[in-house]
Structures are given as structure tokens and as C-alpha cells.
Design a protein around this ligand. Structure first.
Ligand code: PMP
Length: 457
């Protein structure tokens, strides 16, 4: 192609990209530095949500750029049916060294949905190799989200996302969401509530017949769908006990909550339990590379290798050397700069700032989360906890008002059966300081006022 035939810059207003949520006024990202993104008009946005809990190191980090350049000078792609690569090996060792329990093998993917697909197939193949071929049922929680590919979508309980595709989806089983704000009874302690919802898993396994159940997939700290909900005390200990009792694999989906977001590298470190399979993405490459991972135990790996000898799965880009080198540098940086201490410190600042600013706000019913992974749930009435009328489309108004203020927060609509409200997630990069937190909360405050004003019109 001659230089003359290359298209010039696109005319204003034209977009040939298939945008998921088409909008005429979508800004074009042009650059980034630390917790800020700049658009082509020069407007600056503070990334209060790290996109969707992705950019944990902020934007434009020079060390990541250097690591990427170094890897490009060596090799960017070598198909994994022929080669392994140093970055993939090193990243896998870093993850298995730091993961709790006996998680010893890492299968690389290109993102969260792929990590979940791999986890489900790994679970199924494990039981096939063991001769327990009737085990195929997936149990998850209501109002959960595990990805948008068909297997991952089937595994999740988000009715809004599933609706159009229902005939294409595997039949799966959902136990109740962990959602203390709306589901815990006043008379119940946190522990009793945790026990009650965990026991629903046992009831579901018994209904299905344990010999048919393959896995329970669950986010350690729920992030997608109902907004950052930490588990009640004792919940996961009981879940682990039930899974062990019936030989059901426990898959912890840490695509969103993992890689330091909650103050420890793996969110489940704070639950003192072991996992059979853990899925990662988002923070693994910190937005600098499209990479995910599915980590599993020696027992599962060995069962597959000593059976068929290979995992009946695979994608072209698994273990992509450039993606692995990028994620490796991101994770080394988090460790070397002790950024998890900053996550814990700034999380305390963020929680305090949210409580003092919105703790008595007439339209904020709940403030919840763990680490730099916090949400506000909006209501029309704090007493009755009645959600805002869905026809107000408050979440999309809040997103627009945030953008107008120069803030990325991550609002989501209250979509499910009228029992959950609109909410907004804050998940700033791990590099933020006190003044960034203040800027985020100030801008959020003004955006909420503007969005409520627009909703009342
Ligand atoms: N699992 C969880 C818990 C998620 O939050 C997401 C993404 N929001 C996914 C899986 C899917 O990840 P991806 O969008 O990278 O496919």
C-alpha cells in the first residue's frame, strides 16, 4: 500500500468501531500519567475506578514501557505448542510462590472470561480423568458475573446479561447472593447470616445429587453486578467445608478482586481457606497487557497429566511472551514498591472519606467494600432501602456526570428483580495518595448531585 492510499485521521464524528454502548459524545483517550487519563481535547480525568478495576498501576508507567520494549527486542510471540518462554515461566513462578496453599500450575489466558472458561473445563476434565463422569453441574450465586463468553455467562447469575442468550446457555444452579445490606435479617449476626447463605450451597448440592456436581464458582469479594461485597465472617470456611464434604471443586473468581485490589495479593488470603482453582485477569497485566490466568493445584494438574496427558483446551495467545513480560514487570513493581501497603493505607482514607461525605446522604443506602474496592449503593429512601426507580437510569446519568467532572467511577444499574439498587464502584490505582482520594470524593459528590438533579427533571 502506498503512503498516499493510507487513510488520514478520521473525520469528526465518524467511528467505525462497534462500540458496545454507542454514544455520539464519546471522548477519545489520548494519553495517561499516574492516576490520570487525558482525552484528545486535553481534558483530564482522574481514574477513580481503574477503568473496571484494571489499571492498578495507573497509566503511562515508564518501567512497564521499558520492560515491554526489552521483551519486544527479544521475542513477542512463540506458539506454545512449540515453545515456552522465560517471561511465562517467571510469571508462573512468581504467582505460585505467592499464592496460598497448593496452587502450583498456571494456565495463561488473554482475559477474565477466558480464565473462567479454562477453570470450568479444567474442573470437568479433572472429573472425567477420575472416572466421575457424571459430575458436570456448575453452582454459582445469584446476581453474580463471571464473564460474557457462553460458558462463563452460563456460570454467572446476572439475569440482565443472560436474558437474550438463555437458549444458548448451559443449565447452571444459583444459590442466593451474599448481600447483607438487603438480605441479612435484623436479628441475625454477620456470622449467622454467613452460615445461612453458605448452607444454601449444601442444600443445592443435595438437591442435584453430589455425584452430579462439579464445582462452586464464586468471587471472593463480589465486584461485578452488585458492587463490592466482602464475604461475611466464616462464610468461606463453611463453603470450603461443604465443598470438601461432597468432593466439589471450589473455583475462586479473583478476576476483579485479585492481584492486590483488596489489600492482599489474593483476596482469599484474608479468608484463610484453600482454593482448587483461582481465576485472574484485570490487575494481573494492570491494563498494560491483555492477560489472565487460571491457577490450579498439583492434584488437579497431575490427574490430568497422568490421565489424558494433556489439557483438552487451548488458545493461540496463551502464555503470550510480551503479555507475560508486561504482567511480570507490573507484579514485580507492586512487590518492590510495597504498593499493597499503600492500598491498605489509602483504603482506610477512602473508606473514611466516603463515610464522612456520604454516610448520611439521603440517597446513599450503603457504603461497602474491602481495600481499594469500594461501592456506594443508591436508594430513594434510606429507611425503606427502596431502590431508585430504574426508569431514572441513575447509573448512566452518574457516569455521564462523572465524566463531565473529570472522574471515572464505575456506576452500574440496579437490574435484578427490584431487589438491588444502582451503585457506583470506586477502585483507584494502587499509586494514589491522599490528595487523589480527596479529588475523587469531591468529584463524585458533585457528580452525584448533578445526576440526582438530572434524574429529577
Ligand atoms: N469474572 C469477574 C469477577 C469479572 O469481574 C469479570 C469482568 N468484569 C470477568 C470475570 C470477565 O473478565 P473479562 O471482561 O476480562 O472477560
Amino acid at each position: 500500500m502506498s503512503a498516499g492510499s493510507v487513510k488520514n485521521a478520521r473525520p469528526a464524528g465518524r467511528s467505525d468501531v462497534f462500540h458496545r454502548f454507542p454514544r455520539n459524545d464519546m471522548a477519545t483517550a489520548a494519553g495517561g500519567e499516574g492516576p490520570y487519563i487525558f482525552d484528545t481535547s486535553g481534558k483530564r480525568y482522574i481514574d477513580g475506578s481503574s477503568g473496571a478495576a484494571v489499571s492498578s498501576l495507573g497509566h503511562g508507567h515508564p518501567r512497564i514501557a521499558e520492560a515491554m520494549k526489552r521483551q519486544i527486542d527479544h521475542i513477542t510471540f512463540a506458539h506454545t505448542s512449540f515453545f515456552t518462554s522465560e517471561p511465562a515461566e517467571e510469571l508462573a513462578s512468581l504467582l505460585t510462590d505467592l499464592a496460598p496453599g497448593d496452587l502450583s500450575k498456571v494456565y495463561f489466558t488473554s482475559g477474565g472470561s477466558e480464565s473462567v472458561e479454562a477453570a470450568l473445563k479444567l474442573a470437568r476434565q479433572y472429573y472425567v480423568e477420575k472416572g466421575e463422569t457424571s459430575r458436570h453441574r456448575i453452582i454459582s450465586r445469584a446476581q453474580s458475573y463471571h464473564g460474557n463468553t457462553l460458558g462463563a455467562l452460563a456460570a454467572g447469575g446476572n439475569l440482565w446479561r443472560r436474558e437474550a442468550y438463555t437458549p444458548l446457555l448451559l443449565e447452571t444452579i444459583q444459590t442466593p447472593a451474599v448481600y447483607p445490606y438487603r438480605e441479612k435479617q435484623d436479628s441475625e449476626t454477620d456470622e449467622a447470616y454467613g452460615r445461612r447463605v453458605a448452607d444454601e450451597l449444601e442444600a443445592a448440592i443435595l438437591r442435584e445429587g453430589p455425584e452430579n456436581v462439579m464445582c462452586f464458582i464464586v468471587e471472593t469479594v463480589a465486584g461485578a453486578t452488585i458492587g463490592t461485597v466482602p464475604p461475611p465472617p466464616g462464610y468461606f470456611a463453611r463453603i470450603r467445608e461443604i465443598c470438601d464434604k461432597y468432593g466439589v471443586l471450589l473455583i475462586l473468581d479473583e478476576v476483579m478482586c485479585g492481584m492486590g485490589r483488596t489489600g492482599t495479593l489474593f483476596a482469599f488470603e484474608q479468608e484463610n481457606i484453600a482454593a482448587d482453582i483461582v481465576t485472574l485477569a484485570k490487575g494481573l497485566g494492570a491494563g498494560y497487557a491483555s492477560i489472565g490466568a487460571t491457577i490450579t493445584t498439583t492434584k488437579i494438574y497431575d490427574t490430568i497429566v497422568s490421565g489424558s496427558g494433556f489439557f483438552q483446551h487451548g488458545h493461540t495467545y496463551t502464555g503470550h511472551p510480551l503479555a507475560c513480560a508486561t504482567a511480570l514487570e507490573a507484579q514485580k513493581l507492586i512487590a518492590e514498591e510495597d504498593l499493597l501497603s499503600n492500598v491498605r493505607k489509602q483504603a482506610a482514607n477512602l473508606e473514611a472519606a466516603l463515610q464522612s461525605r456520604f454516610g448520611q446522604h439521603p440517597n446513599v443506602g450503603d457504603i461497602r467494600g474491602r481495600g481499594l474496592f469500594q461501592s456506594l449503593e443508591f436508594v430513594s429512601d434510606r429507611e425503606s432501602k427502596a431502590p431508585l426507580d430504574p426508569s431514572l437510569k441513575f447509573a448512566s446519568k452518574l457516569k455521564a456526570a462523572g465524566l463531565a467532572e473529570g472522574l471515572l467511577c464505575y456506576p452500574m444499574g440496579g437490574v435484578i428483580d427490584g431487589r438491588s439498587g444502582d451503585h457506583a464502584m470506586l477502585a483507584p490505582p494502587f499509586i494514589v495518595n491522599e490528595s487523589h482520594i480527596e479529588e475523587i470524593v469531591d468529584k463524585l459528590d458533585r457528580a452525584i448531585d448533578a445526576a440526582l438533579g438530572a434524574a429529577r427533571q
